[in-house]
Design a protein around this ligand. Structure first.
Ligand code: AMP
Length: 424
C-alpha cells in the first residue's frame, strides 16, 4: 500500500521556529513604531465578502481578476480570502462607526494575505504584510509622515539601500482627463503594445504604465505624464508632500509610471524598493492616499492614506544583511542522571517557573555529557547537576560555567541561592 504524502499547498509554506523568530521580531518592531505614532492594532477576519474587493480594489485589476481565492459557503455566500488589507480596514471603519471617534483613526495590522499568483522567489500565495492606515485626515503632511514611518521602520530593521519612488495619480477631478489623453495616445500605438497591454488599454489604462515588457518600454517613455494634468488642488498637495520630505531630508525619486494598479488610490502613491549591487530592485512595500475608498464602500467622504510592506521580503533582506542573533535568555540549565533525579526534576523546574526564573533542560536525554553539551551550546552560565547520589541526599551540584567553580547546595535553598547569584 503506497503512503499518501501531504504537502503544503503550492506557494504556501510552514513557518518553523527558526523562521518564526523573524516574524516575531518584525511584529515587535512594528508594534513599537505603531505605539509611538499612535496606531492601534486591528485584526479583521481572514475571509471577507468577495464584492468588498471588487468594489474597492477594482474588477479589472490582477488581484480581483486573477488572484483571489473565493469560496462558496453552504449558505451560498461568496467569501474571499483577503488579498490585501486596506479594503477590510475601510470596511471595518464604516461598519464600526469609527467616524464617531476622534479623527484621524490610526490602525495597523500584521497579518497573512492570499493571492493566487505564480509562485517564484519572493512571491507566495500566502504571505504576510505589515500595514499602517491613517483614516480621516486629508493634509499632505499625513502622506509625508507615513513615508517617514515606513523609512523609520526599515531603519529599525536595519534594512539598508532602499529607495522611495513617488508619484501622484490625481483625483476624480483631474484623472479622467489624463486617462482620456493616455487612452488616445496608446490607441494610436496599439500595434506596438504587448498582448496584456492591449487588454489593459481598454480595461485599466493606467496599468499600461507599469508594464514590465520590453516591447512596451519605448512607447511608455513618451506617454503623457500625469503630473502635467493634475488639477491645482492635487498639484499643491503633491508639491507639499515633496516639500515635507525635503524638510525631513528623506530622499525620494519621482516615478511618473508608478500607478500601484489598485482602483482605490488617489493623489499620492509611493513604493519602496531595496536595491542590490547590480541595481536590481526588490519591491518591499507601497501605499498611498485613498480619499474615495470609504465612500466607494458606502461610507461617508473620508480621506485616508496607508502603506503596507511584505514581511517575507523584509525577512529575505534581514537574513542577507544582518542575521538576528539567537538569544537564549535562560540563566540556568538543569541536568539530571538516574531515575530518582529525573523524578525530582519536574518539581524543581516547577519551583523555578513559579519564581519566574527560566530554566533550560534536556529531560529526554540520560547522558550527562549530552546534557552538558546542550547547556554549553545554549551558552548558559549556571548548570545544575542532579545525580542519583545528590537526589538521595536532597542536594544538587551547581557549576558556574564562567569560572568553572563547582559547589554543592541544599535542594531546599536552591532557588534562594540561584537568586543571589543572578543578582550579582
Ligand atoms: P502590494 O500592495 O501588492 O504592492 O504589496 C505590498 C508588498 O507586499 C509588496 O511590495 C511585496 O513586498 C509584498 N507582496 C505582495 N504580493 C506578494 C506575494 N505574492 N508574495 C510575497 N510578498 C508579496
Amino acid at each position: 500500500m503506497s503512503r499518501i504524502k501531504f504537502q503544503t499547498p503550492t506557494g504556501m509554506h510552514d513557518i518553523l521556529p527558526e523562521e518564526e523568530k523573524y516574524y516575531y521580531f518584525i511584529a515587535e518592531k512594528a508594534k513599537k513604531i505603531a505605539d509611538f505614532y499612535g496606531f492601534g492594532k486591528i485584526e479583521t477576519p481572514i475571509l471577507e465578502e468577495q464584492s468588498l474587493f471588487e468594489k474597492s480594489v477594482g474588477k479589472e485589476t490582477d488581484i480581483v481578476g486573477k488572484e483571489m481565492y473565493t469560496l462558496k459557503t453552504k449558505g451560498n455566500d461568496l467569501l474571499t480570502l483577503r488579498p490585501e488589507g486596506t479594503a477590510p480596514v475601510a470596511r471595518s471603519y464604516i461598519e464600526n462607526g469609527m467616524y464617531n471617534l476622534p479623527q484621524p483613526v490610526k490602525l495597523w495590522y500584521f497579518a497573512p494575505f492570499f493571492r493566487y499568483e505564480r509562485p517564484q522567489a519572493g512571491r507566495y500565495r500566502q504571505f504576510w504584510q505589515v500595514g499602517f492606515e491613517n483614516i480621516g485626515e486629508e493634509g499632505s503632511i499625513i502622506d509625508a509622515q507615513l513615508i517617514q514611518i515606513l523609512s523609520n521602520f526599515l531603519e529599525e530593521l536595519k534594512i539598508k539601500n532602499t529607495i522611495i519612488e513617488i508619484n501622484s495619480l490625481g483625483d476624480k477631478e483631474c484623472r479622467p482627463t489624463y486617462k482620456k489623453k493616455l487612452s488616445s495616445y496608446f490607441k494610436k500605438r496599439e500595434n506596438s503594445l504587448c498582448t496584456d497591454c492591449k487588454k489593459r488599454r481598454k480595461t485599466n489604462i493606467l496599468r499600461v504604465l507599469d508594464c514590465k515588457q520590453d516591447k512596451c518600454q519605448p512607447i511608455k517613455t513618451n506617454a503623457p505624464q500625469i503630473l502635467d494634468f493634475l488639477c491645482v488642488k492635487c498639484k499643491n498637495h503633491f508639491r507639499e508632500v515633496l516639500e515635507y520630505l525635503d524638510e525631513i531630508e528623506l530622499p525620494y525619486s519621482l516615478n511618473s509610471s508608478l500607478v500601484r494598479g489598485l482602483d482605490y488610490y488617489t493623489r499620492t502613491v509611493f513604493e519602496i524598493f531595496a536595491t542590490d549591487k547590480e541595481s536590481n530592485k526588490l519591491a518591499l512595500g507601497g501605499g498611498g492616499r485613498y480619499d474615495d475608498l470609504i465612500n466607494m464602500l458606502g461610507g461617508r467622504e473620508i480621506p485616508a492614506c496607508g502603506v503596507s510592506l511584505g514581511v517575507e521580503r523584509l525577512i529575505e533582506l534581514m537574513k542577507k544583511q544582518n542575521e538576528i542573533e539567537e538569544k537564549n535568555d535562560a540563566p540556568v540549565f538543569l541536568a539530571q542522571t538516574g531515575n530518582l533525579s529525573k523524578r525530582k526534576s519536574l518539581k524543581i523546574i516547577e519551583e523555578f517557573r513559579k519564581k519566574r526564573i527560566k530554566v533550560a533542560e534536556s529531560l529526554g536525554r540520560d547522558s550527562l555529557r549530552a546534557q552538558l553539551n546542550r547547556a554549553d551550546k545554549l551558552n548558559i552560565r549556571y548548570v545544575l547537576i542532579l545525580g542519583q547520589k545528590e537526589a538521595l541526599d536532597n542536594k544538587i551540584i551547581l557549576r558556574d560555567m564562567e569560572t568553572g567553580k563547582q559547589e554543592e547546595l541544599e535542594l531546599d535553598s536552591l532557588i534562594k541561592e540561584i537568586k543571589k547569584r543572578l543578582k550579582k
